[in-house]
Design a protein around this ligand. Structure first.
Ligand code: URA
Length: 441
């Protein structure tokens, strides 16, 4: 086989065969095909698209380019979740211990955040000593012993994706839906999940800006999972404004803990209840938790009882984190300067632009612009205003947590552009825009 023939075939809008796709992934992973030819193929895929069968083959080939984690000796059914990422999205910190509190084991590998704010691993590392760098045997041991473990993904997980993603990043080919879907799903399949709940976000602060594009991406990912024999559901959720109040690593850990104690912001609380209910529904395999409304109620009870918090505390202890910071949130990293941002006019909040809040948090040091950047766990923003709120001039809209006068000044200037007002009433934004089940595709 010659890669130039595959490039020409895709350029002319034809489908690639299973053998061709597998050959391309194997030979790119072992460095036999050069980047410049793969760049051309990626661009042809971006321009001409891929059929469902091609996307599934590509995803499986990428997943199988490294180790395929088999969790069947540890758990009967491995349930996982994936969020396409957003500002203030600390959902995993709440939902995973909550689901584990139903005796549904969670053994999850996560990636690091790049961009607006930290990823789940970065948030956990805001807790002193928390170790996310577990070897496979330690990961398995904790999963078996405790039923809840969260670790960084190993280098051997879908290595083809690592290479392809880096190349896409510098060749203008990130935005292809088949390539995004196969990239995300290859890691989920390799990480051993039987059932996956996808939280696909849309809006100003999300990868997908519109409902149509988010639905299309979610549908492709659900199709991949179903065709690969997994149980799937995708939730389409709002990311026009930040989720919850806290944006920034230690601030988000504190908010997650409060939510696990039944005292979280209403939108974030409701979001977590839904994601947890869908995870339980898949894990129940039709025997348990089949009725989503009843399951939501059970999750509410679990939240109020604090048993999710107990699981979070146990996980922190098992992974060497300082639980005293969870028992006393004031002990988490704290910024030197804390200042408020107030409303510049009276009226209704029309927008709290999640992307602007995210960029502000990045400028404060809470996220990474480049892989090598380090994160300041203490800094961030608390967003007290939501779309639809009625405000008076001078009302507090946000609190900025900064570690330097210069970053505070920049943050305040940037954040002011993130809020717009209306003289007339504004409808609050929905939390969810729809659900795509495995049976829908
Ligand atoms: N996240 C991924 O893992 N891959 C993509 O292509 C986009 C987002």
């Amino acid at each position: 086989m010659r890669i130039v023939d595959l490039i020409a075939k895709k350029r002319d809008g034809q489908s690639l065969s299973t053998d061709e796709i597998r050959w391309f992934i194997t030979n790119y992973t072992n460095d036999t095909i050069p980047d410049y030819q793969v760049s051309a193929l990626l661009m042809a895929i971006l321009l001409k698209g891929m059929e469902r069968e091609e996307i599934v083959t590509l995803t499986l080939a990428m997943a199988e380019s490294g180790d395929m984690l088999d969790l069947s000796d540890i758990v009967d059914y491995a349930i996982d979740k994936h969020s396409s990422g957003g500002v203030g999205d600390k959902t995993s910190l709440v939902v995973l211990p909550l689901v584990a509190s139903f005796n549904v084991p969670i053994a999850k590998m996560s990636g690091r955040g790049l961009g607006f704010s930290g990823g789940t691993l970065d948030k956990l590392e805001a807790i002193a000593g928390f170790n996310v760098n577990l070897g496979e045997s330690q990961f398995r041991h904790l999963a078996k012993e405790t039923g809840l473990v969260l670790a960084g993904q190993t280098k051997s997980l879908a290595p083809a994706d690592g290479k392809l993603y880096a190349l896409r990043d510098v060749t203008g080919t990130v935005e292809s839906l088949p390539l995004i879907a196969s990239s995300i799903m290859s890691k989920k399949l390799a990480a051993g999940a039987n059932g996956i709940v996808l939280d696909v976000k849309l809006g100003h602060g999300a990868f997908m800006k519109t409902l149509d594009s988010a639905r299309e991406l979610a549908t492709i990912m659900v199709q991949i999972g179903v065709d690969a024999g997994r149980d799937m559901v995708a939730l389409l959720s709002d990311m026009n404004q930040p989720l919850g109040v806290a944006v920034g690593n230690a601030l988000e850990v504190a908010e997650a803990v409060r939510t696990l104690q039944g005292d979280g912001p209403a939108d974030f609380h409701a979001h977590c209840v839904d994601v947890a209910a869908y995870m339980l529904q898949l894990a129940g395999q039709g025997d348990k938790w089949a009725d989503i409304e009843e399951t939501r109620n059970e999750v509410e009870v679990a939240l109020k009882s604090g048993r999710g918090f107990d699981r979070f505390r146990q996980m922190t202890e098992a992974q060497s984190g300082d639980v005293s910071q969870l028992d006393n949130l004031a002990k988490l990293p704290k910024a030197d300067i804390i200042e408020t941002v107030t409303a510049t006019q009276s009226g209704y909040i029309r927008e709290v632009l999640a992307d602007k809040v995210g960029l502000t948090s990045l400028a404060l040091g809470a996220g990474r612009a480049k892989k090598e950047d380090s994160i300041d766990f203490a800094v961030g923003i608390e967003v007290h205003a939501s779309v639809g709120d009625k405000v008076e001039t001078g009302d507090v809209l946000m609190t900025v947590h900064a570690n330097s006068a210069a970053s505070l000044k920049d943050a305040k200037k940037l954040i002011e552009t993130g809020v717009t007002y209306s003289e007339t009433q504004v409808e609050p934004l929905p939390l969810f825009y729809g659900v795509i089940e495995g049976t829908d595709v």
